[in-house]
Design a binder for this molecule. Structure first.
Ligand code: GLA
Length: 390
C-alpha cells in the first residue's frame, strides 16, 4: 500500500507540474513575446489616460495637428485627438499650395471639411498659414523673379488673404498670418532688411508686406486672432528681430485710420521644434523679451528630438541618454510654460505619436508608436503636479 501511495503521489506531482506548465508558463511566454515584438499601435493606451486638455485646463489649451485621414462622417474620427486636445492645426491642408494652387483659383473643399469636422467635435482651429516661403504654389514663388510690379504684387497678396480669411470667417480661432519670415542668421540691426529673400512677398513688396498682410487679415475677419509664427525663437538674435517687428507693426497700426483698439499682431507662435541642446533658460529669455509687447504667446509646434541637432543631422543612432535628456527637457519646458501661463494661451504638439512625426527617427513626442506614454509624458505631468503645489 505504502509503495502504491508513493507512486500515486509522484504521478500527481508530475500531473500538477504539467498543468502549471501549459496553463501558466506557456501563455505567459507567448504574451511576453507578443508584447515585446509587437509594434501594434493601440489607441487605448492614450485613451486610458486623463485628457491632457483637462489636466492643463487652468493654465492653457493643448493642441495637436490633423490631416484628412483623421476625419470621417463630419467629425474628427481619431479618438486620440478628441480625447486629449482642444485645439487643432492642419498639418498641411491649409497651406498656400493646397488652398490657392493658381492665382484667383481656390481649393477649399478639404480644408472646409477639416475645419467643420474639428468644430463639430468641439475643437478650436488654428489657421496655418497664409504668408510663407515654403509649400507655396508656383504662381506665388514666381512673383520673386517675374516682372509683376510691386503694386500689382501687393494687390494680389491682399486679394489672396482677403479671400482665404473671408472663406473661413467665424470658424478660425487664430490665423498664423505670417510664417518664418526671418532666416536663421545674418540679421542686421533692422528687421526690415533682415527678412528671408526667398519669401516672394518680401522680395517684391519689401517689408511693408508684413503690415499690409496683417491689415488685410484684420479687415477680413475682426474676430480671429492674428499671429506671427516662427522657429528657433529661443535664439536671442532671432527673437530680437521678431520683437522689433511686432513692436513696430503694432505702433504703426495705432496711427491707421482703421485702428480698432487691438494690436494688429496679437500673438507670437514659438514653433519650438527643439532638440536636446536647447536649455529652458533660452526659451525663458525670449518669453521675458516678448512679455512687454503685450501680445499672447503660443507654443505652436512643439517636439523635442531625442538627440542634439548635430547628432540628428549626421544621422546618428539614438542613445538612452538622449532619450532621457529629451524627456527631462519636456518636464523643464512645461514648468516654464506653466510659470508663464499668464501670457501662454496654447501648447500644440506637432504630431500625435513618434511614428507619425515629421522627425520620426528621433522619437520627438511624448507618445511612442504604440500610443504608449513615454517618460516625457510623465515628466510633463510631474511638472504640472509640482506647479500646483507651489
Ligand atoms: C514648419 C511649419 C509647419 C511644418 C513643420 C514641419 O514648422 O510651420 O507647418 O511644415 O515646419 O513639419
Amino acid at each position: 500500500m505504502k509503495r502504491n501511495a508513493n507512486i500515486e503521489q509522484k504521478y500527481q506531482k508530475k500531473y500538477y507540474l504539467l498543468i502549471v506548465f501549459f496553463l501558466i508558463v506557456i501563455p505567459l511566454f507567448i504574451f511576453n513575446a507578443c508584447s515585446e515584438n509587437s509594434n501594434v499601435d493601440d489607441p487605448n493606451h492614450m485613451l486610458n489616460l486623463e485628457p491632457l486638455k483637462d489636466q492643463f485646463n487652468d493654465y492653457f489649451s493643448i493642441g495637436n495637428i490633423f490631416s484628412p485621414s483623421d476625419i470621417g462622417s463630419g467629425k474628427i474620427s481619431n479618438k486620440r485627438i478628441t480625447h486629449h486636445y482642444n485645439f487643432i492645426t492642419a498639418e498641411n491642408d491649409m497651406k498656400p499650395d493646397k488652398i490657392n494652387p493658381n492665382r484667383g483659383s481656390y481649393n477649399f473643399s478639404t480644408a472646409n471639411s477639416m475645419v467643420n469636422s474639428a468644430r463639430a467635435s468641439g475643437l478650436q482651429v488654428v489657421g496655418h498659414t497664409l504668408l510663407w516661403h515654403s509649400q507655396i504654389p508656383a504662381w506665388q514663388r514666381n512673383l520673386s523673379t517675374d516682372n509683376t510690379s510691386k503694386a500689382t504684387t501687393l494687390q494680389y497678396m491682399k486679394e489672396y488673404i482677403t479671400r482665404v480669411v473671408t472663406e473661413f470667417k467665424g470658424r478660425i480661432y487664430s490665423w498664423d498670418v505670417l510664417n518664418e519670415a526671418f532666416p536663421d542668421g545674418n540679421y542686421t540691426s533692422d528687421w526690415k532688411t533682415s527678412m528671408r529673400k526667398e519669401n516672394p512677398w518680401f522680395n517684391k513688396i519689401g517689408h511693408e508686406f508684413v503690415y499690409e498682410g496683417f491689415k488685410a487679415a484684420r479687415l477680413a475677419d475682426q474676430n480671429t486672432i492674428l499671429y506671427y509664427n516662427d522657429y528657433n525663437l529661443n535664439m536671442a538674435s532671432k527673437a530680437k528681430m521678431v520683437h522689433d517687428m511686432v513692436r513696430d507693426i503694432n505702433l504703426q497700426w495705432k496711427t491707421d485710420s482703421r485702428y480698432d483698439g487691438k494690436n494688429l499682431i496679437q500673438g507670437i507662435g514659438m514653433q519650438s521644434h527643439h532638440n536636446t541642446g536647447i536649455p529652458a533658460s533660452q526659451i525663458k529669455a525670449s518669453l521675458e523679451l516678448f512679455k512687454p509687447l503685450g501680445v499672447i504667446i503660443s507654443i505652436s509646434e512643439l517636439d523635442v528630438l531625442s538627440q542634439s541637432w548635430n547628432e540628428y543631422s549626421s544621422n546618428k543612432t539614438l542613445t538612452n541618454e538622449g532619450k532621457a535628456k529629451a524627456a527631462s527637457l519636456y518636464g523643464e519646458y512645461f514648468s516654464l510654460f506653466l510659470e508663464y501661463s499668464d501670457i501662454i494661451e496654447r501648447v500644440t504638439f506637432w504630431g500625435l505619436t513618434d511614428t507619425k512625426s515629421w522627425r520620426a527617427r528621433a522619437q520627438p513626442l511624448p507618445f511612442d508608436g504604440k500610443s504608449t506614454a513615454k517618460s516625457a509624458y510623465f515628466k510633463i505631468i510631474n511638472a504640472l503636479e509640482a506647479h500646483k503645489k507651489k
